[in-house]
Ligand binder design. Structure first.
Ligand SMILES: NC(=O)c1ccc[n+]([C@@H]2O[C@H](COP(=O)([O-])OP(=O)(O)OC[C@H]3O[C@@H](n4cnc5c(N)ncnc54)[C@H](OP(=O)(O)O)[C@@H]3O)[C@@H](O)[C@H]2O)c1
Length: 274
């Protein structure tokens, strides 16, 4: 029968690469996405089910999990990958913008975990890998809302890793740095109107940060590195948190080599063009 993985957000980027990685390794794959009707590449592959799943829609989650169990007879791993970003300083985001990003990046991952955990517990095995971010380890100007969603998911990952290990279930995070996927083009920036007292500053800061981000993306690694790290988390022993990408590794090294405040001071100077 083989092992089965369910992955969210497989229409592009890490999700798609991860579906292809598990499939190439002989796993059954439930490649879930919001608009399966638009999918052409994954549809029709052996041992791969393309199913509709919106992480903010519990009924679609239940349907996709049921369809996976019906098709493959089991489920052994969940990859909580679906997510989106967005930039802006705090007052550029409405309450609705912030809650919307949490709904997908944080509550969405919890919704799907909630749906699969009874099955994992009944069989005394399973793995959940949450895709967080470098922004889930350290925040920065204009990335506060996105970083907050990913810090929250890091926190749940650590707690759940400890809570569920005695039940035979692994919970891990993969925290990528910058990789060229559909991520930046899917940004949903804040929609709040800000006044002239703030706008020039907010626009200038955004421009500076965009320059830093462009540099990060210019040096980005292959998207397949993230898929490989996710596969490793499911199939091998790894720490709870797994950073991937040169920039993420450099930040991890910086944070462990100096007091956090010193690291943040250096980062703030760089981000302000200093
Ligand atoms: N690329 C990076 O530099 C980077 C770095 C660190 C972390 N990440 C994280 O990596 C994950 C994957 O992003 P990516 O870089 O591969 O970007 P991507 O190519 O934009 O992929 C994001 C995926 O999430 C899906 N999605 C968004 N909202 C959803 C919802 N409500 N329900 C189900 N699926 C939804 C998108 O589907 P649609 O096609 O329907 O929009 C898409 O398939 C995200 O969690 C992101 O925060 C990315």
């Amino acid at each position: 029968m083989g092992k089965t993985v369910l992955i969210t957000g497989t229409s592009s980027g890490f999700g798609r690469a991860t579906a292809q990685k598990f499939h190439a390794q002989g796993w059954n794959v439930a490649a879930t996405m919001r608009s399966p009707d638009k999918e052409t590449q994954l549809t029709g592959l052996d041992n791969l089910l393309v199913a509709r799943l919106d992480v903010t829609d519990p009924a679609s989650i239940d349907n996709a999990v049921r369809a996976t169990l019906d098709r493959f007879g089991g489920l052994h791993a969940l990859i909580n990958n679906a997510g989106h970003g967005g930039h802006g300083i705090f007052e550029e985001f409405t309450d609705g913008d912030i809650r919307g990003m949490f709904d997908t990046n944080f509550f969405g991952a919890l919704n799907v975990s909630r749906a699969v955990l009874p099955h994992f517990r009944a069989h005394g095995e399973g793995a959940i890998v949450n895709i967080t971010s470098l922004a889930g380890i350290v925040s920065g100007p204009t990335s506060g809302v996105y970083a907050a969603t990913k810090h929250a998911l890091e926190a749940m990952t650590e707690s759940m890793a400890m809570e569920y290990a005695p039940l035979g279930i692994k919970v891990r995070s993969v925290a990528p740095g910058a990789f060229a996927t559909g991520f930046t083009s899917a940004y949903r920036d804040g929609s709040a109107e800000i006044g002239d007292d703030l706008k020039p500053y907010a626009d200038k800061l955004r421009q500076t940060i965009q320059g830093v981000i462009r540099d990060m993306y210019a040096n980005a690694g292959e998207v397949s590195l993230v898929a490989e790290k996710i596969f490793e988390c499911v199939t091998q022993e790894t720490p709870f948190r797994n950073m991937v990408g040169q920039d993420a590794e450099a930040v991890a090294a910086g944070l462990s080599s100096m007091p956090r405040q010193e690291f943040l001071n250096q980062m703030a100077a760089r981000m302000s063009g200093g």
